[in-house]
Design a protein around this ligand. Structure first.
Ligand code: PLP
Length: 391
């Protein structure tokens, strides 16, 4: 095994920051009270949760901390937004609009609602993975209650026209939810400008702990709970709060807000340096995703004539971690629904690899990958019958 390790799978998850861990540790040791308890032990935990709520609200640009509800992560936030809003508005209509390239947390929440009698329109995307705001406008009917379109795609990084979609939804009196799990910390935005009524985020994508996230619920938005029980989280999400996790999310949010401008600049520079190196050393490659409207850290490359899985395994032998798509769908061997949704044929979709950079990556890391990758591609192509035919 190679001694060097280069982690380029930051869209799957990130390494927790030291400062975040430090902030969390006391809540695993001495500060163990239940935040709902009235005694001192509980009150200290409550204060910590309230602080984290402020930190997350500030990162997202919410009008008030009370618009933030803590959850177990992006998946729960997506389910809460979609099922909760649909249930609350059932009397008004049963139609939901989403796109074909959403994360499985959104797609499967929509499918679950279809089984319950909702009707769902899946709008297509163009070759760069962009939803056309006009398609949303046309799809809205008097039965539509919710539009859910991701802020940025996890596989190709394409950033959707969320502000335009937000405006359309507002004009038509329809709720707008955006899954911003990949955008938070990588895109500078303010939820009020986006015009979202509901927004999902997750701590482990922003150098925080796994298993904790948040949902922004704009004041006045009608939403039913999906988790029933006690009066936690302003009666919206029952269950004893994960105090340490929430404190970690708050700290990660505070750091993300402080550092985002420099972080975005650095990631983009390194990502573009990487791609330049790839195209100047490897023939028959294509960039998947929008060349401009894209997350600063994400590079999804199609290597013609190859299987992404074998590239990943060979990179792994060199200590390099990348992925063929979303961590939630890898292992299925199906071509990515995101890439096929963009009109890429199944064979080219299978030969695509996602490299997602993070704050720990250096130019030396990228140089190491740029030295390892071309011979891997060359070797695999020489073994590929598709390559022989295509030559
Ligand atoms: N939505 C998007 C766009 C994601 O990338 C992910 C994670 O991969 C999720 C939702 C799910 O978030 P979590 O892992 O916190 O459940």
């Amino acid at each position: 095994m190679n001694a060097r390790k280069v982690y380029l799978d930051n869209n799957a998850t990130t390494r927790m920051r030291e400062e975040v861990l430090e902030a969390m540790l006391p809540y695993y040791k001495d500060i163990y009270g239940n935040a709902s308890s009235v005694h001192q032990f509980g009150r200290v935990a409550r204060v910590a949760i309230d602080k984290a709520r402020e930190q997350v609200a500030s990162l997202l640009g919410a009008s008030a901390a009370e618009e933030i509800i803590f959850t177990s992560g992006g998946t729960e936030s997506d389910n809460f937004a979609i099922k909760g809003a649909s249930h609350a508005l059932r009397h008004r209509g049963n139609h939901i609009i989403t796109s074909t390239i959403e994360h499985s947390a959104v797609l499967n929440a929509c499918r679950a609602l279809e089984k319950d009698g909702s009707s769902v329109t899946y709008v297509p995307v163009d070759g760069n993975g962009l939803v056309k705001a006009d398609d949303i406008r046309k799809a809205i009917s008097d039965k539509t209650v919710l539009v859910t379109i991701m802020y940025a795609n996890n596989e190709v990084g394409t950033i959707e026209p969320v502000e335009e979609i937000g405006r359309i939804c507002k004009e038509r009196g329809v709720y707008f939810h955006t899954d911003a799990v990949q955008a938070v910390g990588k895109v500078i935005f303010d939820v009020k400008t986006v015009g979202a009524d509901l927004l999902s985020m997750s701590a482990h994508k922003i150098y925080g702990p796994k298993g904790v996230g948040a949902i922004y619920i704009k004041k006045g938005t009608k939403i039913d709970s999906i988790m029933h029980g006690g009066h936690h989280e302003m009666n919206k999400r029952a269950g004893t709060e994960n105090v340490a996790g929430i404190v970690g999310l708050g700290k990660a949010a505070e750091l993300a807000k402080k550092e985002i401008v420099e972080e975005v600049r650095k990631l983009k520079e390194l990502r573009d340096y990487f791609y330049k190196g790839v195209i100047s050393n490897i023939p028959h490659v294509r960039l998947n995703g929008d060349p401009e409207k894209r997350l600063p850290n994400t590079l999804n490359v199609g290597f013609k004539y190859l299987e992404g899985e074998s590239i990943i395994l060979n990179l792994d032998l060199e200590g390099i971690a990348a992925s063929t798509g979303s961590a939630c769908t890898s292992g299925t061997l199906e071509p990515s629904h995101v890439l096929t949704g963009m009109g890429i044929d199944a064979a080219d979709a299978q030969g695509s690899v996602r490299f997602s950079l993070g704050r720990d990556n250096t130019k030396e890391d990228i140089d190491y990958v740029l030295a390892a990758l071309p011979p891997i591609i060359q070797r695999l192509r020489e073994m590929s019958p598709l390559y022989e035919k295509g030559k």
